[in-house]
Design a protein around this ligand. Structure first.
Ligand SMILES: *Cc1c(COP(=O)(O)O)cnc(C)c1O
Length: 412
């Protein structure tokens, strides 16, 4: 499926990299971590040249995967692409959910990222980062994870012939740990949270000769996650929705989509309209929401982080200011939901639409309902909710019933 795009050679339009905080520039084509200011580096392209080299119509003949946007991606040599089949994910309409909630017809769309390799949207970011690692000759990668990023690193690393060392909190969903080891990565359960795991990577990377693939500590995961925005705009006929609800941990996807929309406008594919970017966090771990409400640019470490939505249990984010900037510039907001609301939303999506959300995806539905109730979103606004992982990976409520084979069947 992806072979066609892999075999075709595309021009590369990367000009340089830029510090997201102070705009300092860095050379492309060499290994980078954070900027000198200790902040994420963003990849810059010659967008004028991209504009002259690709049209919307060109895309129609390309395979339906994330590599279809090659001119806006950093990989230079096609043979460096490490792919497990990063299919374009469906944008599901939700008529039953709309009538259940009382929203207008056509207002709710769920982007189901659970269809991607390794069962989550981490495949986009990690697939891109590992491809770039291969291109740059990196042999050993380490990262902290809440589960899905590690699973993706393990899979893509193995495929690329790159060793992976993965550190996760010891209460990471069991299935994530098992899938990760099964795909060849070395996994260490740590008696701490993701930031503690990140510290282990940071403190030992020199000694162990590890490349640090922590969220936003290298430049290319954003470029992979950016494809969500490119894809979404294309799926909506080169329009953007009124609002995007994004379950925010490190914020890679939110930052990436915001970058995607800017690049799409500069190459003339979309206009100046932007969706409200809505960062969704759990009540038990909401550093970005607090910073948003406090009107500040950085989000201090959240103490005693806890939530059933492991993917968004991120107490501190190195790209905090980029998330907050996108949220504010877009006219969006940041909002918390309780674990109970997450569980209710998962049941609601399952029983009304037959859509199995992961807890983080359910958090976006819970946040949408809460935003409607608070009047922050209108019933007629078109919203996209991100179901970022495959629901089957997570523990679920058991509401089955017992049946005795020796008794007559009695179902009312
Ligand atoms: C990683 C992850 C998130 C958070 O994504 P970011 O882009 O890092 O904010 C949300 N949900 C799931 C299931 C994840 O794996």
């Amino acid at each position: 499926m992806t072979l066609e795009s892999i075999q075709k050679n595309y021009k590369n339009f990367v000009t340089h990299l830029e510090c997201g905080l102070d705009g300092d520039t860095y050379e492309a084509g060499v290994v980078h971590g954070l900027s000198k200011a200790g902040r994420p580096l963003l990849v810059k392209y010659d967008l004028e040249a991209v504009k002259n080299s690709v049209s919307k119509a060109d895309l129609l003949s390309r395979p339906v995967d994330m590599w279809r946007f090659r001119e806006l991606l950093p990989v230079t040599k096609t043979e460096n692409i490490v792919s497990l089949g990063e299919t374009v994910t469906p944008l599901l309409n939700c008529p039953n959910l709309e009538s259940e909630i009382g929203s207008a017809k056509g207002s709710i769309l769920i982007k189901d990222e659970g269809r991607l390799p390794t069962g989550s949207f981490k495949a986009r970011g990690i697939g891109m980062a590992v491809s770039m690692a291969k291109e740059l000759g990196i042999k050993r990668i380490a990262m902290p994870t809440n589960g899905n990023a590690g699973a993706a690193l393990s899979a893509y690393g193995t495929r690329a012939g790159i060793e992976s060392y993965i550190f996760c909190p010891d209460d990471t969903p069991e299935i994530n740990i098992r899938e990760t080891t099964t795909q060849g990565g070395r996994v260490f359960r740590v008696n701490g949270l993701i930031n503690d795991c990140g510290k282990i990577v940071g403190d030992n990377k020199e000694k162990m000769n590890w490349f640090d693939l922590s969220t936003l500590k290298e430049p290319y995961r954003i470029e992979g996650k950016k494809t969500m925005g490119l894809e979404l705009a294309e799926q909506l006929g080169w329009q953007v929705p009124d609002a995007i609800f994004y379950p925010t941990g490190g914020g890679t996807g939110l930052i990436g989509m915001w970058k995607a929309f800017d690049e799409l406008e500069k190459i003339g594919f979309i206009g100046s309209k932007r969706p409200k970017m809505i960062a969704v966090q759990a009540e038990g771990c909401a550093p970005i929401v607090k910073a948003y409400e406090d009107g500040v640019e950085h989000a201090p470490l959240w103490q005693n982080a806890h939530t059933m939505a492991a993917g968004i249990r991120v107490p501190i984010a190195v790209g905090d200011f980029l998330i907050l900037r996108a949220v504010r510039e877009s006219g969006g907001f940041a909002i918390t939901v309780s674990d109970d609301a997450i569980e209710d939303a998962r049941t609601l999506a399952g029983t009304s639409e037959g859509i199995l959300l992961c807890p983080e995806g359910a958090a976006t539905l819970a946040a949408y309902k809460k935003s409607l109730a608070e009047g922050r979103i209108g019933k007629n606004e078109q919203v996209v909710l991100f179901n970022c992982g495959n629901g089957v990976k997570y523990p679920m409520l058991d509401t089955s019933e017992y049946l005795d084979k020796d008794q007559p069947l009695n179902i009312d």
